[in-house]
Write a protein that binds this ligand. Structure first.
Ligand SMILES: [Zn+2]
Length: 474
């Protein structure tokens, strides 16, 4: 599809808009002939690498060290934790070497079975704890549901998972709070405010004992799970025999956490911030923060392009000059708008003569003329306020979506119509499941971290101060 043809209106058909925007902006190409596996195009990959570089620094700053574990996991490692294996067996990609009759390895679907047998080798004493590492890798799951680029893939790319082991549950709790803080920082980088919820035990990562999960409200009216902090308690250390000799000389099992997220961050950025012209990227993760489009003819080319290069060299941002002769300025405007570049500079002879520069902002479309000597300061401010405004927009989108529902009818009219219903829930698995029967596709997807005022469970009427959120989910 050529950029000048434009893409489907976002409000008209979000799913179609999303697929077209991901392709047209040069994020991914899904024409690779294995379902659920995509090619990362350079532009998309650079956005993700900006994010990855950011979390690499952030984790390192907090003492969490990067490692790499092999892609192949022997079946015997998987079998060490049957509840985990039950959850992932049906989605496994089996690997067979040419001299084997039967496959005995799988591609990693998550990190645990590759990591924990090694943890048990390394962790011996309280002096080996806390043990805090992460890896950023691809994971492979044979998804039977409808695949969607970045949202549901069979190769889950650029996925980080932090795994930590501790001597006490208190230490593990402290680590979990730290992970929440780290994720708050990553979310701000993406200019997104997610909904943070607690999951009941029957809904969480196979074998875990508690979890905090993040959800984005997407313009389709559905919510998308986006990252989780899983408290594994001692459930995995008992299966994988991760034991240490404590200060009191007693052998104890380690307390563990696993926390992960990846390219769905970019899916949320695209979905929440984009518009009918394409992507709108938060300046902090944009590979190109400022694009200069020189406007010239044969006679003025060297002067105008020369000036554009001069500005690029001077400005302390990620700047690109688009001096391709074969495209018109109008075509270039559309092209860079599709890619979501935060600021565009239009530079012609008139601007050079008057020493003023025309600058356009991607999110609002507002243009202004700026004296050349003030350009750097002004762009710095523009990038900063765009980053903030996008975050504020994401907060507003979420606020507008969430409404309290007091009964089934209200749940149905909210969650059934692309909103999030906030409801009192008694805590029982029966009522949790009962929400699904109210309307097809909707579910209770988590409870608020804070207790709310007293109320009655929307299904059974029992008094409770727990509130949960109901919506259509991806
Ligand atoms: Zn109930």
């Amino acid at each position: 599809m050529a950029e000048e043809e434009g893409i489907t209106a976002k409000k008209k058909d979000f799913s179609e808009w999303y697929n077209q925007a991901v392709f047209a902006a040069g994020i991914l190409d899904k024409r690779y002939d294995v379902k659920g596996l995509n090619v990362w195009m350079n532009y998309g990959y650079e956005i993700m690498l900006n994010l990855k570089n950011f979390w690499d620094l952030l984790f390192r700053e907090h003492g969490i060290k990067e490692m790499y574990f092999p892609l192949l996991v022997p079946e015997k490692y998987c079998e060490q934790n049957p509840s985990w294996w039950e959850g992932f067996k049906d989605q496994a990609y089996w690997v067979k070497s040419s001299d084997e009759d039967k496959a005995s390895h799988i591609l990693r679907p998550t990190g645990e079975p590759a990591m924990y047998p090694m943890f048990s080798t390394w962790i011996r004493s309280h002096r080996d704890l806390p043990f805090r590492i992460y890896e950023t890798v691809s994971s492979f799951r044979y998804e039977t549901k409808h695949t969607r680029p970045l949202i549901r893939d069979r190769e889950i790319t650029l996925w980080h998972e932090i795994h930590t082991a501790h001597a006490s549950s208190e230490e593990a709790e402290k680590e979990a709070s730290l992970h929440q803080k780290l994720y708050d920082i990553i979310w701000r980088k993406c200019a997104l405010l997610p909904l943070k919820v607690v999951k009941p035990e029957w809904e969480i990562f196979p074998g875990a004992v508690g979890a905090v999960e993040y959800y984005n409200y997407m313009p389709s009216g559905k919510v998308m799970e986006n990252g989780s902090i899983n408290n594994l308690g001692q459930a995995y250390s008992k299966k994988f025999n991760i034991k240490f000799r404590d200060k009191d000389k007693k052998e104890k099992y380690a307390w563990q956490l696993c926390t992960g997220n990846g390219a769905r961050l970019l899916a949320a950025v695209i979905g929440v911030h984009g518009d009918d012209k394409g992507l709108v990227l938060p300046p902090e993760i944009a590979p190109v923060q400022v694009v200069i489009v020189p406007i010239y003819n044969n006679k003025t080319k060297s002067k105008v392009v020369g000036k554009a290069q001069q500005l690029k060299a001077k400005l302390p941002f990620r700047v690109e000059v688009d001096d391709r002769d074969e495209f018109t300025p109008g075509w270039k405007f559309n092209y860079w708008e599709m890619k979501g570049v935060p600021v565009r500079i239009e530079l012609g002879e008139r601007e050079i003569a008057g020493k003023t520069i025309t600058v356009a902002r991607r999110d609002t479309g507002k243009k202004e003329k700026i004296a050349e000597k003030l350009l750097e300061d002004r762009i710095k401010k523009l990038l900063g306020s765009m980053q903030n405004d996008l975050l504020e927009n994401s907060k507003k989108q979420l606020e507008v979506a969430v409404h309290t529902a007091k009964n089934k009818k209200e749940i149905s009219s909210l969650a059934g119509n692309g909103k999030i219903a906030k409801v009192h829930w008694c805590g029982s698995e029966k009522c949790w499941g009962g929400i699904k029967d109210i309307e097809e596709g909707i579910e209770l997807f988590g409870t608020d971290l804070k207790k709310s005022g007293k109320g009655k469970c929307v299904l059974c009427g029992k008094a409770t101060d727990t509130v949960g959120y109901v919506a259509n989910t991806y």
